[in-house]
Structure formats: structure tokens, C-alpha cells
Write a protein that binds this ligand. Structure first.
Ligand code: SME
Length: 151
């Protein structure tokens, strides 16, 4: 099943309307995103818990590593740069952290609050090579901005 982003965005908007608790929002998005597309084999958040430090948040899929410094991995790179990381082949990404040996490709997006501060990253792993593209980057970024970027 391939995600229908306009419908997914409407569903998430309805489910999260009026909610401000970040854990509740992350849990809802991890669930809705994960079950929206067969490409998504691990879907979850890493939260900024201290300067230059990420800690796992709500996720769906096998266990993920608990702590990631900004200096490491695809997640750390997304948090450090504030840029979406589109990784077609994880074996080609220097310092990729493999939580599952089955992961072939990955997209990691920074999550910004209303002030424009990176508060987390959204990590989606796929067992398919080159599973993600600019459409995913654009549509997922828009969903994250709608949920976490509102004042
Ligand atoms: N692959 C990520 C680590 C998180 S596990 O995939 C859930 C990274 O390189 O930062």
C-alpha cells in the first residue's frame, strides 16, 4: 500500500486537533505514518533531550537504539544540520547506525517547533533500497510543520 498524503494529512489533523502534548502527538504520528505505507518498516521519533543529544521517543517497529549524539548517524546529521536526510543506500552513509540489519534506505526529517527550534527528528527506515524521494520529504515535512510548528 502506498501512502495517500493528502488523506493522511487530513486524518492526522483531525486526530491531533487541539493537542499540544508532544509525546501524544509523536505517538499518534508514529502510528498513522507507519501503517500508511508498506515501505515504512520502522517509524519513530528521536527527541532532543539535551544539547547535541537525541533520545528515542514513540516509534513503531523493532527496537531502536536509545540514545544518539548529534555527531552520529543519519538522525544526528538531520538534527545537527536541520536538513532532511534522504538516504538511498544506508551502506553508503558514513556513520549510519544500523538498528536492524534489514534496513536498506532511510529518510530522517528534522522536527521544528513554532520558534523554529529542532525539537526532534522523525526517522523512517525501509527494507527496500532507495525507497524514499523528494515527494516524501516535502509531504512529511508539511505534516510535521502542521503538527509541531503550530503556536
Ligand atoms: N539509522 C539511524 C538510527 C536509528 S535506527 O535506525 C531506529 C541513524 O543512523 O541515525
Amino acid at each position: 500500500m502506498q501512502v495517500d498524503y493528502p488523506t493522511l494529512a487530513k486524518t492526522i489533523a483531525a486526530l491531533t486537533e487541539g493537542e499540544t502534548d508532544k509525546v501524544a502527538l509523536m505517538a499518534t504520528l508514529a502510528c498513522e505514518l507507519h501503517h500508511a505505507d508498506d515501505r515504512f518498516d520502522w517509524t519513530g521519533f528521536y527527541r532532543v533531550v539535551a544539547p547535541e543529544l537525541l533520545k528515542i521517543g514513540p516509534y513503531q517497529g523493532g527496537h531502536g537504539c536509545l540514545v544518539i549524539p548529534f555527531s552520529r548517524g543519519v538522525c544526528g546529521t538531520a538534527a545537527r544540520t536541520g536538513q532532511v536526510q534522504l538516504v538511498a543506500d544506508v551502506d553508503e552513509f558514513p556513520g549510519h547506525i544500523a538498528c536492524a540489519s534489514s534496513t536498506r534506505s532511510e529518510i530522517v526529517l528534522p522536527v521544528f517547533d513554532a520558534a523554529g527550534t529542532v525539537i526532534a527528528v522523525l526517522d523512517i527506515d525501509s527494507n527496500q533500497p532507495a525507497a524514499f524521494d523528494e515527494v516524501d520529504a516535502r509531504e512529511l515535512s508539511a505534516i510535521l510543520a502542521a503538527v509541531f510548528g503550530r503556536g
